[in-house]
Design a protein around this ligand. Structure first.
Ligand code: FNR
Length: 193
């Protein structure tokens, strides 16, 4: 099985975040991959075209971590039927070229997942996120979709999804799909170019 460097990006800044817990669960389910958990969303300055050159150090660090990853796994909350502003801010920074490098997420394999205590499991946020990633020319896993509704009831006390639960199986399937996307010839060709 191919070992991937996966950048795990939570759209939540909250310590007890369900979405961050989802990423930790993904890491446990994919122990052959190397997960890099990015927690710097709250340290990124608001995107400002006047401050792009030179880029703020926090932005450069994020860009490098995306560039170093074979794939990106984004777990985002839904805020007011959309994605959190902090996540959109990071995506706006990542949509911009830096020096000779193109936008860091362009052609990058990305999977989108989300958890909400509500009944819709972040479906509206995920639609928005997919639209933004499409504009950024990222290569996004289309199937399966992972939406965890009433998520606060689905995690056990230790912050894990129950072994063998449908949610856990679906998360494994998302990781498999992300792995397949990251190892297709098209992507390999790009990384060799
Ligand atoms: C929410 N929440 C929410 N949930 C949802 O399913 N649809 C929504 O539109 C919203 N809107 C919303 C706006 C704001 C400003 C907040 C703070 C919250 C609830 C949200 O899903 C819940 O707080 C999650 O637990 C947030 O994700 P994390 O932080 O647990 O990962």
């Amino acid at each position: 099985m191919t070992r991937l460097n996966v950048l795990a990006l939570s759209g939540s800044l909250r310590r007890g975040s369900l979405n961050t817990a989802l990423l930790r669960e993904a890491e446990r389910l994919g122990p052959h991959h190397r997960f890099d958990h990015y927690d710097g969303l709250g340290r990124l300055p608001h995107f400002n075209e006047d401050q792009e050159h030179p880029a703020p150090s926090a932005v450069t660090e994020l860009r490098h971590r995306v560039q170093d990853a074979d794939a990106v796994l984004i777990a985002s909350p839904e805020y007011n039927a959309s994605i959190p502003g902090a996540l959109k801010n990071a995506l706006d920074w990542l949509s911009r070229p830096a020096g000779d490098d193109g936008p860091a997420l362009a052609l990058k394999p990305v999977a989108v997942i989300g958890a909400s205590p509500g009944p819709f499991g972040t479906v509206r946020a995920q639609l928005t996120l997919r639209q933004v990633l499409h504009k950024m020319n990222a290569r996004v896993v289309q199937q399966p979709e992972f939406l965890l509704f009433q998520a606060h009831q689905q995690f056990s006390g230790d912050g894990r999804l129950p072994d063998g639960s449908p949610a856990q199986q679906l998360l494994c399937a998302v990781l498999d799909a992300l792995g397949q996307l990251a190892t297709t010839e098209q992507y390999q060709d790009r990384t060799r170019a």
